[in-house]
Design a protein around this ligand. Structure first.
Ligand code: 13P
Length: 243
């Protein structure tokens, strides 16, 4: 049985007052037949931990440094996230790759740092619109997986998130057939075929039931729609009831 996860990525959104939403999402996670994860801004992780939102709600970070500690002003280590109560961390999100120039070898190093801290690494891959339009999606993803995912990744310490960059925050998604084909292709590239693969990019309460029902889709990584329980709770339900 592969892991099934509904993961939210709050990105650079959320202050203390917004923890009411995290708390409502925690209530939706209660007795859920899948894992529910909220990757909060790092400032909110210890606060959410202190509030003891719900045992069923796992907390996550959105990035970590590859080193344990040191002179890296502004960065956060995987150990610090674990110490703050995180169970997971997103690694190599396309926004990190795009705005901070992160490359696959760094992603792999960060994934290992996450494992060493006892965190699940949610490793993101995805193609640009130009790559999609020119039919390079499968090749681009294979190259990203080959370097970003260390060969000793296991279903326990790693989750893959396929996020087409052109689908993030745009309301666009690939066709169901394309998502299925990509996930099956990704599974072939992984060091262990039982590693869970999430789909991300404009997941909404409307499209979640169809996307979550696809055979090789083990869950979702959700941006905008994870900010409120009103939108995220039906997505969790869609994943629970999909299969
Ligand atoms: P949206 O769900 O807002 O498109 O964001 C997806 C994403 O980047 C999650 O990591």
């Amino acid at each position: 049985m592969r892991r099934r996860l509904a993961a939210g990525n709050w990105k650079m959104n959320g202050i203390t007052a917004d923890l009411v939403e995290a708390s409502a999402i925690g209530a939706a996670a209660q007795d859920a037949a899948c894992e529910v994860v909220l990757c909060l801004p790092a400032t909110l992780v210890p606060q959410a931990t202190a509030r003891n939102l719900n045992k069923a709600l796992q907390l996550g970070g959105q990035d970590c440094h590859a080193e344990l500690n040191g002179a890296f002003t502004g960065d956060i280590s995987a150990d610090m996230l674990a110490d703050a109560g995180a169970a997971c961390v997103i690694i190599g999100h396309s926004e990190r790759r795009q705005f901070y120039g992160e490359i696959d070898v760094q992603v792999a190093a960060k994934a290992k740092a996450a494992w060493n801290a006892g965190l699940t690494a949610i490793i993101c891959v995805g193609e640009t619109e130009a790559q999609y339009r020119s039919g390079q999606t499968l090749d681009v993803l294979a190259a990203q997986i080959a370097i970003s995912v260390p060969t000793d990744a296991t279903p326990n310490n790693t989750v893959i998130a396929y996020e087409p960059i052109w689908a993030i925050g745009t309301g666009l998604t690939p066709t169901l057939k394309k998502i299925s084909a990509v996930h099956a292709h990704l599974r072939d590239q992984l060091p262990d075929a039982d590693i869970a693969i999430l789909y991300g990019g404009s997941v909404s309460p409307g499209n979640a039931p169809d996307i979550m029902a696809l055979g090789d889709v083990d869950g979702c990584l959700v941006g905008g729609a994870s900010l409120t329980a009103e939108k995220f709770a039906p997505i969790i339900t869609a994943l629970e009831t999909a299969k």
